[in-house]
Design a binder for this molecule. Structure first.
Ligand code: ADP
Ligand code: MG
Length: 381
């Protein structure tokens, strides 16, 4: 694909790109709704990437094209970057945020994008695009910004230009993950630590099952859960629910109790999973994933029948654990399973979805992979 990208860049601009850069999508192994409570998450980068061929221009024009958006290329000026709309806002907004962070980044750019992270399936094609663009521009533009700063620029693009109130997990995972490892990310300090997964060695695979269900109440539901967490932290007198302990929960009741209990128990599950992985026991992570799902379903109340059906069918077909991933109200589930059971699980979730009157799910095997990098595509010079 990268050589096609170089050819597309040549055809579009009449010159070679100065470099090709790529960044992966991600999936969060565990730590759901802990990010906005300043807790921990444990994402890993996956073997699906967004690639960007980039070259500087001698003027103030910026062009961006994507194989996933085969309409006309988007052409704008440096001055108008933060007014970008639609898909190009992810790329142009990242350039805008980088320029805000580092005045050394000057001049116009040509950007050509192609990727294989599925769009809108919860594998973070958005961060893959932002992070590939960020690394390309920082390296070619001679910037000293480190990868944490690039992650912040990607997040800023999504918050301030796209208008999506996302945290920093996706960009941090895409830029900081190492091959074969998850990233234990402290969402308060942004401190990250590698945690080797060791799945291959013991014949385990991870599947991401997209239910293709997306509820209208997703955005309102998400805002409601965030507000409940803030209210629970206030009631407990802690800066964020990350600081709440299990014995404090007795001071809450009703919805606030359930929302807070999810966050407190989920934070504990993240640390148990890290301990299991460091102990070389990845198969024992399964029950923690399933417990996370039960907590998201019963206490945080963000599951839907299509997700519950995938989790139940996967477990019945031999999965070690499964849970909804992402904000909830639809989207995808993550399944941890022995390699030998993967095919049967794929059949079982499809059969269960049909029986429940849900859309046919899309099942993808994902493998832990390396974070953002420059691609060696044999460009001269
Ligand atoms: P997710 O990040 O889970 O895939 P989002 O809704 O956050 O879902 O981001 C998806 C959006 O990001 C797409 O609708 C599109 O606007 C943009 N996007 C991501 N990857 C690309 C790409 N390769 N080319 C063009 N736009 C992309
Ligand atoms: Mg996204």
């Amino acid at each position: 694909m990268s050589s096609d990208l170089v050819a597309t860049f040549r055809a579009a601009t009449g010159r070679d790109p100065e470099g090709v850069f790529s960044a992966p999508g991600r999936v969060n192994l565990i730590g759901e709704h802990t990010d906005h409570n300043e807790g921990h998450v444990l994402p890993f980068a996956i073997d699906r990437r967004c690639r960007v061929a980039a070259g500087r221009r001698g003027d103030d024009i910026v062009t961006v094209r994507s194989a996933q958006e085969p309409g006309a290329p988007v052409t704008t000026t440096l001055e108008a970057l933060d007014r970008a709309r639609g898909w190009s806002a992810y790329a142009l907004g990242t350039l805008w945020a980088l320029r805000e962070a580092d005045p050394a980044i000057t001049g116009g750019w040509d950007l050509v994008v192609d990727g294989d992270v599925p769009l809108g399936s919860g594998l973070s094609s958005s961060a893959a695009l932002e992070c590939a663009v960020a690394l390309a521009i920082a390296e070619l533009g001679g910037s000293d910004l480190d990868r944490h700063a690039l992650a912040r620029a990607g997040r800023r693009a999504e918050n301030d230009v796209v208008g999506a109130p996302v945290g920093i997990m996706d960009q941090a995972a895409s830029l900081l993950c190492r091959d074969g490892a998850a990233l234990l990310l402290d969402c308060r300090t942004l401190h990250g630590e590698d945690v080797a997964l060791g799945l291959d060695e013991v014949g385990l695979v991870t599947l991401v099952v997209d239910t293709r269900v997306r509820h209208d109440l997703a955005d309102g539901g998400y805002a409601d859960r965030r507000a409940a967490c803030v209210a629970a932290a206030e009631a407990l007198g802690v800066p964020a629910l990350r600081d709440a302990t299990p014995d404090m929960l007795g001071r809450l009741d009703g919805d606030l109790l359930r929302r807070a209990r999810h966050v407190v128990t989920e934070e504990a599950r993240v640390h148990r999973v890290v301990a299991l992985l460091r102990d070389g026991r990845p198969a024992d992570v399964g029950p923690e994933l399933t417990a996370s799902h039960a907590s998201l379903r019963d206490d945080f109340e963000v599951s839907v029948p299509a997700l519950d059906a995938v989790v139940a069918a996967a477990l019945d077909a031999g999965a070690l654990g499964a849970r909804l991933v992402g904000g909830g109200f639809g989207g995808s589930a993550l399944v941890l399973a022995p390699d030998a059971a993967a095919a049967e699980i794929g059949t079982a979730v499809a059969r269960r979805a049909a029986a429940g009157g849900h859309p046919e799910p899309v099942v993808r095997a994902v493998r832990p992979a390396a974070g953002a990098r420059r691609e060696d595509v044999g460009l001269p010079g």
